[in-house]
Design a protein around this ligand. Structure first.
Ligand code: DC
Length: 227
């Protein structure tokens, strides 16, 4: 019987956090929690209301009307915005940019904090985001900072978007990644940074299988639990 524990995976956009975390969670029987999806749901709500991504007061005023919940089932994690499954609608570049801007608002961060902590109290989790090891789960048994070069991240995101049929140019994807890196690392509250006790894993030259194995090796070293 494996003991319940928490794995925090943080890192910049496009480092492969969600793909790697999902696969590792499946291997270990842990719940995979993608916290970025929650920020994206708020970004989508703000976009739908026609607000500017820079309208912090407007963004904060919308929060009382929103409920953002995660549902975990056979089909993986689904994100619900006021009960509507928006898991697909949140995967666009525009929503990502809105999510990044909304996530700098202190009220947005505190709005989501307790839901995220509650999930880790109730389940063994692999939770990915930007501030999981530093703010949300500072006592997580395993902390990993998963990163990759801007070039590698841009290539991966470009492939992902074109496979989904989005008409994008590599240069534009790279510029979006650089802009989000800047926003996510320089905001005043819970900026993206490596926790002091996190293990750094650079996936620039790793394939998916190798990255998953590397994550499983770190988890095994820290907890003694083998996949
Ligand atoms: O991981 P992602 O690309 O789906 O996240 C979308 C945005 O949400 C990202 O640019 C920053 C924000 N975010 C955050 O601030 N904190 C988290 N724990 C997860 C995401």
């Amino acid at each position: 019987m494996t003991r319940k524990f928490a794995v925090a995976i943080d890192g910049p956009s496009g480092a492969g956090k969600s793909t790697v975390a999902k696969a590792a969670a499946g291997r270990l029987g842990l719940l995979y929690v993608d916290t970025g999806a929650m920020y994206r749901a708020i970004g989508l709500a703000v976009l739908r209301r026609g607000l500017s991504e820079d309208d912090t007061a407007g963004i904060e005023s919308v929060l009382p009307e929103l409920s953002v919940t995660l549902r975990h089932g056979a089909e993986g994690q689904r994100v619900l915005l006021n009960g509507e499954d928006v898991s697909e609608q949140i995967r666009t570049g525009t929503v990502a940019q809105y999510a990044s801007k909304c996530s700098a608002a202190p009220a947005v961060r505190s709005f989501l904090l307790e839901t995220q902590r509650a999930l880790a109290r109730e389940h063994g989790v692999i939770m990915d985001g930007r501030d999981i090891g530093t703010v949300i789960l500072p006592d997580a048994e395993v902390k990993i900072f998963l990163t990759a070069s801007v070039e590698a991240r841009a290539q991966r995101r470009y492939r992902e978007l074109t496979e989904r049929g989005e008409a994008v140019a590599l240069e534009g994807v790279r510029a979006d990644i650089e802009r989000r890196d800047r926003q996510d690392t320089t905001r005043a509250i819970a900026p993206l940074r490596q926790a002091e006790d996190a293990v750094l894993l650079d996936t620039s030259s790793l394939g998916l299988t190798q990255a998953v194995e590397a994550v499983l090796a770190i988890i095994s070293e820290k907890t003694g639990v083998q996949a």
